[in-house]
Write a protein that binds this ligand. Sequence first.
Ligand SMILES: Cc1cc2nc3c(=O)[nH]c(=O)nc-3n(C[C@H](O)[C@H](O)[C@H](O)COP(=O)(O)OP(=O)(O)OC[C@H]3O[C@@H](n4cnc5c(N)ncnc54)[C@H](O)[C@@H]3O)c2cc1C
Length: 386
Amino acid sequence: MTAAATGATGVSPIAQWDTIVIGAGIIGAACARALAADGRRVLVLEARSVASGATSAGMGHLVTMDDSPAQLALTTLSLTLWRELGPTLPAAVEYDPCGTIWVAADEHELDAVHAKQRLYATHGIASEVLDPRALATLEPNLRAGLAGGLLVPGDAVVNQPRAATSFLEQARALGATVREHHVVERISDHTVHCADETLHAEVIVNAAGAEAPRLTPALPIVPRKGYLAITGRHPGFVRHQLVELGYLAHAHTMSAASVAFNVEPRARDEVLVGSSRELVGWDTSLDREVLARMLARAAEYMPALATMAMVRAWTGMRPATMDKLPLIGAWEPTRGLWIAAGHEGLGITTSLGTARLLADLVAGRATSIDVTPFSPTRVLASAEPH
Ligand SMILES: Cc1cc2nc3c(=O)[nH]c(=O)nc-3n(C[C@H](O)[C@H](O)[C@H](O)COP(=O)(O)OP(=O)(O)OC[C@H]3O[C@@H](n4cnc5c(N)ncnc54)[C@H](O)[C@@H]3O)c2cc1C
């Protein structure tokens, strides 16, 4: 099928696109880039502006995560792609291969550090166990008395809205068109319905993040709220992405509100402080009590943070699925529709892996990792087709 747009005049202009990506967050941007690189004629439709959703609200931590074998496979693939691409991106994208340190507060968490190190070793992922002295040398602003940590040197940090912008610039250079302030109202077989036009394409990708269910209502994606705060400039205060070992449990629980120590060095020497997780629907308000709990947790690990002014604090909505895995692949109930959404707190990390898998699936190529765990059809048993 070739692309066509039918406007109010009823006249179809010359076919221009065979692929429409809905959403210009980091997932849509990465998919647009990968699909354009395959020679597809891509149109990106974004309701607001590029990277205006979760992508700009989050952190830019590119992190290996092992909550499940599928998550480990996707983050490992993605980190490999980031390590290839990151150094070639414009300096403004601020790709920084600073690595992650998982911080162990006590001997129990140190056992978890050793288990993580063994797991990573079996997957060929470099990591190094740090004793308290090595941890203090690498990060002198952590409090004394911590049990140690795990350095994962292949992890990185990026300025994520600029990465999305850069992906779209690359897609444009390959012939893609990006339309901002263009709301998609509905999707049907090979068709995208907007307020003032109807567009047809062979391939349609729903990459609308936490809003993806508004277009494909059976998708089990919910907004999962997170808080962040940022300091002024403090050169050298933090050198790696620092995360408490307990973050994994915090990321895993889907019930109560939780906070965890997670700080990120930004290129302009600010310290980005997170993080929190709660399920409160689309309520984006900033609750001072949750923010205070999050900052208090951070200060337990880096006491000097308590003396630093927070220049700004904000909230964002992670696109969460109940099984903690994104939806990547064909949406069988709607012909021509593909899903790339539901990346929760790992969408910056997994953007490149998601785009690679989606492009391989669209092209009918073999994928480099098993895509079964990410198949959107896993939710169909309990879903109404749309
Ligand atoms: C506090 C916080 C911290 C985070 N930290 C990290 C981290 O350190 N590392 C990491 O990997 N991930 C992190 N994340 C997660 C990451 O930000 C998200 O997983 C990722 O941004 C999701 O990208 P997306 O493109 O799917 O969604 P979005 O960025 O939300 O993009 C979706 C886009 O679709 C558009 N859209 C929606 N509906 C329509 C429509 N009907 N028509 C047209 N366009 C539409 C929206 O306007 C939006 O721009 C964090 C998230 C939060 C909130």
